[in-house]
Design a protein around this ligand. Structure first.
Ligand SMILES: Nc1ncnc2c1ncn2[C@@H]1O[C@H](COP(=O)(O)OP(=O)(O)OP(=O)(O)O)[C@@H](O)[C@H]1O
Ligand SMILES: [Mg+2]
Length: 238
């Protein structure tokens, strides 16, 4: 039951899209996913209202700093992966969620050099490590990457982040109509009509590669997860 969060202090970086793509792909693969919609704008909750019941996905809305622990505890036994979608902020809820995460993904737009929002989250994680002795694994995921974004520009961003010791996923999330369409029509890429939306198959390939990279970064032992520690399972385990 690892907890995966999506954070970037800047709005519109692609957090909700990256979170929903991961959730729907893992659910399709048979994992039980609980999405914690910790953004007051409720994009994922609205997606669920449009979609109706989606197999293997539960969405929890109206999350507060106080209720977050309870949601994780209550859903732990019925969840393979928690996915937390956060607001484009750096507030108490974001900090609390990061502290409870096994891995934080920081979406950064491939074309935008404005990585200030990402830097704020990286600083916050560094501070938690230094002051709170909480070493939370994290990676940048490049998003909204188009063919217009040159390999050179991407390499430059990757180089900058690597120099700071930040892991960057090899698979970028492309700029795709199908990803936008998920929020319009609800459902998943697998329920989308390929005759109505362009390149659904390519979109699926992109998300499969992204999700498999995410899975490879997850803790291998259940007792080492953040929720296991929260409910006392990991006690005494190194
Ligand atoms: N890979 C993508 N392909 C196409 N459109 C995208 C992609 N990622 C994000 N978008 C679009 O960009 C906008 C912002 O994306 P999203 O809502 O995922 O960002 P966010 O970081 O969650 O924003 P906020 O900070 O407001 O919560 C949305 O209109 C979304 O449809
Ligand atoms: Mg969002």
């Amino acid at each position: 039951m690892p907890v995966i969060s999506f954070a970037n202090a800047k709005g519109g970086a692609g957090k909700t899209t990256a979170a929903l793509l991961l959730a729907t792909e893992l659910a399709h693969q048979g994992f039980r996913i609980t999405i914690i919609d910790a953004d007051p704008q409720r994009w994922i909750s609205q997606w669920q209202e449009t979609s109706g019941e989606v197999r293997n996905i539960e969405v929890i809305s109206e999350v507060t700093v106080a209720s977050l622990h309870c949601h994780l505890r209550e859903m732990a036994s019925a969840t393979d992966y928690f996915i937390i979608d956060l607001a484009g902020a750096r507030d108490a809820l974001v900090t609390t969620a990061l502290g409870l995460s096994d891995h934080v993904f920081i979406p950064v737009q491939g074309s935008a050099m404005d990585a200030k929002g990402a830097a704020q989250i990286l600083d916050l994680l560094a501070m938690m490590k230094e002051k709170g002795r909480l070493d939370i694994a994290h990676s940048v995921v490049l998003t909204r990457v188009t063919s217009m974004v040159t390999t050179k520009a991407l390499l430059a961003i990757k180089g900058l982040l690597a120099a700071k010791g930040v892991n960057v996923l090899t698979t970028p999330i492309g700029e795709r109509t199908a990803f936008k369409e998920l929020f319009e029509s609800g459902g998943t890429l697998y329920s989308m009509d390929p005759s109505k939306v362009s390149n659904v198959e390519k979109a699926k390939d992109n998300v499969r590669a992204y999700a498999s990279e995410v899975l490879r970064l997850m803790p291998t032992r259940m007792t080492r997860t953040a929720v296991a520690r929260l409910i006392g399972l990991g006690r005494g385990v190194a």
